[in-house]
Design a protein around this ligand. Sequence first.
Ligand SMILES: C[S@@+](CC[C@H](N)C(=O)[O-])C[C@H]1O[C@@H](n2cnc3c(N)ncnc32)[C@H](O)[C@@H]1O
Length: 262
Amino acid sequence: MFKRNVKLSKGECLLSNKKGRLSGRGQNSRGIRPRKCTYNSVPGVFSNEDAFSERSYWDRRYNLEKNTFEWYKGYRGLKPLLLKYLKPDQPLLQVGVGTSTIQLDLVNLSGFEDITNLDYSSVCIDHMRSLHMMVPELKYLQGDVRKMTAFEDGCFGGVLDKGTLDALLCGDCADDDSCKMLCEVSRVLQPGGVYMMVTSQAPQGRYRYLSDPAYGWKVSVYEVGQILEMDGPYSLNTDKDLAHLGLPTMPYSHFVYVCLKI
Ligand SMILES: C[S@@+](CC[C@H](N)C(=O)[O-])C[C@H]1O[C@@H](n2cnc3c(N)ncnc32)[C@H](O)[C@@H]1O
């Protein structure tokens, strides 16, 4: 049963289903689950839920869509939390960069000095690398977040993820893939570093993935509304069990999980 929908730019819509996964289906207020959906701005890119975990889907999508595209929120919407938890003088890793440009704003508007942007789609990596070839603070690398052999232990002060854990959780091996990804994220983070994960999913659908003691994280959660100046960020860190916080308190809000490596 779909619980709500989240409007994105360019006519795209994500629906939260009962598994708490990212879903790119068309709007369906009655909770009927269509087999296929259309990505409105790119006629011809069809997907079911599982496709978001597959590289071929993203390659095809980025081949068809040459513009940049920001999932969930961009720099303006996340600024207070980005600046509170990520340090401009520490190397930052963005996993699953796609065609987001939040990293350019972090350099130009907040003075970030070194941001590595990773994605397993070589199509978006080549595109973004050429787009930002005059920005020495930005590096682009093709690679799989589940096996980041290019990086040594503890080499980043922060890891930013907008929608990439969500994408992995759409696959058939969701538990295994998320575990591999989060182990790797924890490994490349230095002690005191932060993994910041942005999603449409409330703690009930996400907290369990992040709270495994094996990662060594202290997790805080924020809800960020549509218009940040009026709508947050609101801390959801209450005495209540975070794992059971369900529906959002605001329409079209997003959630930011801040995982501090102890
Ligand atoms: C929902 S999009 C988010 C893009 C971007 N972060 C944004 O906020 O606009 C998810 C991205 O994760 C990438 N991705 C999915 N699985 C991945 C993996 N195993 N390793 C690296 N990137 C992955 C996809 O190629 C896609 O670009």
